[in-house]
Every structure is written in structure tokens, then in C-alpha cells.
Design a protein around this ligand. Structure first.
Ligand code: CP
Ligand code: NVA
Length: 309
């Protein structure tokens, strides 16, 4: 098998089932160490840049803490303070960064920016969210599902609402890892055909079942995990009201929850828009695991950083 060292994490599609399982296994191990008060300095003395083109709470904090606890320095950068805003190109920026840092974590609009950062820096680049995907989120979520359900294979993961970056990563990662992924999205808001085709291809190998439907109750039926995300992602704020009207039937509320298994867990990558994609009652209720899910970003990102860099 190809070693993980030196590779970038731009999209989960570039990794095998065994490799994704290795990230999750290492995340479980580092979480145990964390609670035992053991902080192994797996990246001792390195500097990792963490670059933001968009706002972030969880990703910003979890990467800064993860990098610090691994013994490296987190160099947090906002594109708004870099010469990028004055027209310096991404390749030139990447070439400079590659001379000085040993890894780059980046939250950007375009997936292409990540590819350029990786190509021109020559150091591993980790996708901390793009308009296309959010692989660190999905990997943390698989860690959470495994903790709560004891396994991943055959677990029914239902995602309701907007077929966005988070949906793409759950669909791609889930189909590689052998979860049954059911998406309930309004017509026109399903993931792109290329993403669905990719998932169907991976599912054939892993034995996972993929369902894409416009019927939220059908999608939620017998789910082990009910998952949702914001209806208008960063950059789509102008479409907010239109999207809310279309997506209303896909809200996770107690009525939708009644279609899932009795012991179903409810997940949300956060930030939540309470009263839109999810009700307070469910988000704060006994099925919700959203803050365990948020915490697991720390543990899984330590795993990702320590295996790739
Ligand atoms: N879930 C997530 O990535 O949150 P932030 O946007 O706050 O980083
Ligand atoms: N889909 C959301 C996720 C935020 C963590 C967005 O892209 O804004």
C-alpha cells in the first residue's frame, strides 16, 4: 500500500477504504491518549500554516489546538491579510509557503485553489472546507458514528436538506467505508451527478447502498443517523429566503425523527440555524450528539496531520 506520509487530503475519493479506516483508528487512539493526559509530540518543531478565506469557529480552534498539542506551531493566516487580496497569485503564495512551513491547512472557496496550493508548495495540503467538499468534517463524523454505533459497515446514514459540500463528503466517504447513505434533498438540490456516480462506483466495492430521493420521510426511514447542515452555505446568503421556502419539508424535527430507528443519533456539522434545518427540540434533545461530533474534529485532525505530515 501507498504510505500516507507526504500526501495531501483534498477529497476523500483519493483514499482507499483501508486508508480512511487508518485515519479513524488513529483518531480513536489519539482520543484515548488525550483523555489519559498523554500528548505525543508527533509533529515536534514543525510549523503548519492554517489559511482561511472564509469564517470558521470549529475548524479554526480544532486545528490550532491539534497542531499545538502535536508539538508544532499553528501559523493562522487570513487571506484578507495576505498579498493575495492585492493580486498575488495562489501559485506564488504557495511557493513561498512551501519554503517555510511543513504543511498547509486551507479553507477556501474553490477546490482548484487547494490543488494549486498542493502543486506549487510541495508540502501536504489539508482541505479544511471548500465549496465542493469538507473531508475533515466527514472523517470526524465517521469517528463519531463508530463511537456511538460500534461500527460503520451497514449503518444507515441519512442526510436531509441541501446537497452541499458536507453532503458530498459524507456521500463519498460513506460509500467508500461501507455505510448505507440516503440523501433526501429537494429537486435541483441533490449533489452533482459526478459525485453520485462516484459514490455508486465506490458502493459497488464496499457493499454500501446509496439512495437519493426527494422524499424526506422515505430517506429518514429506519435511519441509524440523521444528519443535516445549513440550507444556504457561505457565499449563498443572497439565496437564503428562497432556499428556506424550498427546504422547509426537509427540516429535522420530532416528526421526521419518528421515521428513524428508536436509537437513532442526530448529527449536524454546526453552526446550526435553529428553527431552519433543525429544531431546538431535536438539536438539544436526547438523540443529538452534535457537541461530541464537534469535539471529534480535534481528535481526527490530529490523526490526519500526524499521518500525512
Ligand atoms: N463544522 C465546521 O467546519 O465549523 P466551522 O465553520 O465553525 O469551522
Ligand atoms: N455547508 C456549510 C458548512 C459550514 C461548516 C458551508 O459551506 O458554509
Amino acid at each position: 500500500a501507498k504510505s500516507l506520509k507526504g500526501r495531501s487530503l483534498l477529497c476523500l475519493k483519493d483514499f482507499t477504504k483501508e486508508e480512511l479506516e487508518e485515519f479513524i483508528f488513529q483518531g480513536e487512539k489519539l482520543k484515548i491518549d488525550y483523555y489519559a493526559g498523554k500528548k505525543e509530540k508527533l509533529l515536534d518543531g514543525k510549523t503548519i500554516a492554517v489559511l482561511f478565506e472564509k469564517p470558521s469557529t470549529r475548524t479554526r480552534i480544532s486545528f490550532a489546538v491539534a497542531i499545538h498539542e502535536l508539538g508544532a506551531f499553528p501559523l493562522i493566516l487570513e487571506t484578507s491579510n495576505l498579498q493575495l487580496v492585492r493580486g498575488e497569485t495562489v501559485p506564488d503564495t504557495a511557493k513561498v509557503m512551501g519554503r517555510m512551513v511543513q504543511g498547509i491547512v486551507a479553507r477556501v472557496f474553490a477546490q482548484k485553489t487547494l490543488e494549486e496550493l498542493a502543486e506549487f508548495s510541495g508540502v501536504p495540503v489539508i482541505n479544511a472546507l471548500s465549496d465542493f467538499s469538507h473531508p475533515c468534517q466527514a472523517l470526524g463524523d465517521f469517528l463519531t458514528i463508530k463511537e456511538k454505533k460500534g461500527k460503520l459497515q451497514g449503518i444507515k446514514l441519512t442526510y436531509l436538506g441541501d446537497g452541499n459540500n458536507v453532503a458530498n463528503s459524507l456521500l463519498i466517504g460513506g460509500s467508500i467505508l461501507g455505510l448505507d447513505v440516503s440523501l433526501g434533498c429537494p429537486k435541483g438540490f441533490e449533489p452533482a451527478k459526478e459525485v453520485i456516480d462516484m459514490a455508486l462506483h465506490f458502493a459497488k466495492k464496499s457493499g454500501s447502498k446509496i439512495e437519493i430521493t426527494n422524499d424526506p420521510a422515505e430517506a429518514a426511514k429506519n435511519a441509524d443517523v440523521l444528519y443535516t447542515d445549513v440550507w444556504a452555505s457561505m457565499g449563498q446568503e443572497a439565496e437564503h429566503d428562497k432556499r428556506v421556502a424550498i427546504m422547509k419539508p426537509y427540516q429535522i424535527n420530532s416528526s421526521i425523527l419518528s421515521h428513524a430507528k428508536e436509537d437513532a443519533i442526530v448529527m449536524h456539522c454546526l453552526p446550526a440555524h435553529r428553527g431552519e434545518e433543525i429544531t431546538d427540540e431535536v438539536l438539544d434533545g436526547p438523540h443529538s450528539v452534535v457537541f461530541d461530533q464537534a469535539e471529534n474534529r480535534l481528535h481526527i485532525q490530529k490523526a490526519i496531520l500526524s499521518l500525512l505530515i
